[in-house]
Ligand binder design. Structure first.
Ligand SMILES: [Zn+2]
Length: 237
């Protein structure tokens, strides 16, 4: 198996690249080494979330009022039908792992500058039925990239979903809040080691913040000191 992989990479990949040169998933231009899946020109066009971005200020205000999420940051502004949405679709529906890991590394570098004393790293989980249906949790890839940069182990089993929730695309903030109420639970095996510890929870795209707040709430109730949250996309409301 290892031999086959080696042969594939050393022998067949250059031949395949010659016949079918790798192209950018978004603009179809040829990729140049070391570009992977998306060209650097496309990456540079995504709108970054800045410290004074309207979307960030609105959400951090909401988090402050709720008192669950203590610190929050995000990487790119997610606009409906925008180019960054295509990136999320590659990750979510086409299992393009490299895109998730790259986003995770970028977010990790932002976290190094903005956050300190992160003890645990986890992801917003999918319900096990959803996980079976999709085959993977796209947020896991992002967390792997973050883990590389921060040097903190990614623990995917800290929280899990206790019930299946319907898709939130068409729901407003109040409806989303209801939809995810009591949807999460903390894994009992961690209860002994989380006192006075800070946890960072990651999602792919955050819109109203209802999901990450519900997940953060069970983390806080179980004894974590601070709940940090971050996402690669921040929806413009
Ligand atoms: Zn491109």
């Amino acid at each position: 198996m290892k031999m086959f992989k080696w042969l594939k990479n050393i022998l067949f990949k250059p031949i395949l690249d010659f016949i079918y040169p790798p192209i950018c998933f978004l603009c179809n231009n040829y990729l140049e080494f070391p570009e992977l899946c998306i060209c650097s020109d496309c990456w540079s066009q995504f709108k970054k979330v800045e410290a004074d971005s309207r979307e960030l200020l609105l959400l951090t205000d909401r988090f402050r009022i709720d008192g669950i999420i203590d610190k929050f940051t995000s990487l790119y502004v997610f606009e409906k039908n925008g180019k960054f949405q295509e990136v999320i679709h590659l990750l979510k529906y086409r299992n393009i792992k490299a895109v998730g890991i790259r986003l995770g590394r970028e977010l990790g570098m932002k976290l190094v500058n903005e956050f300190s004393k992160i003890d645990f790293l986890t992801a917003v989980p999918l319900h096990k039925l959803k996980l079976r249906e999709r085959g993977y949790n796209q947020v896991d890839y992002i967390c792997r990239g973050i883990s590389e940069i921060l040097g903190i182990e990614f623990k995917r089993d800290i929280i899990f979903r206790t019930r299946y929730t319907k898709t939130q695309t068409e729901l407003n903030f109040q409806e989303r809040k209801e939809n995810v109420k009591d949807a999460f639970c903390v894994n009992k095996k961690y209860l002994g080691e989380i006192k006075n510890k800070n946890v960072l929870i990651i999602d792919d795209v955050i819109t109203t913040g209802a999901t990450i707040t519900a997940a953060g709430q069970v983390l806080k109730q179980s004894g974590f000191k601070s709940i940090f949250a971050a996402s690669v996309g921040l929806a413009s409301l």
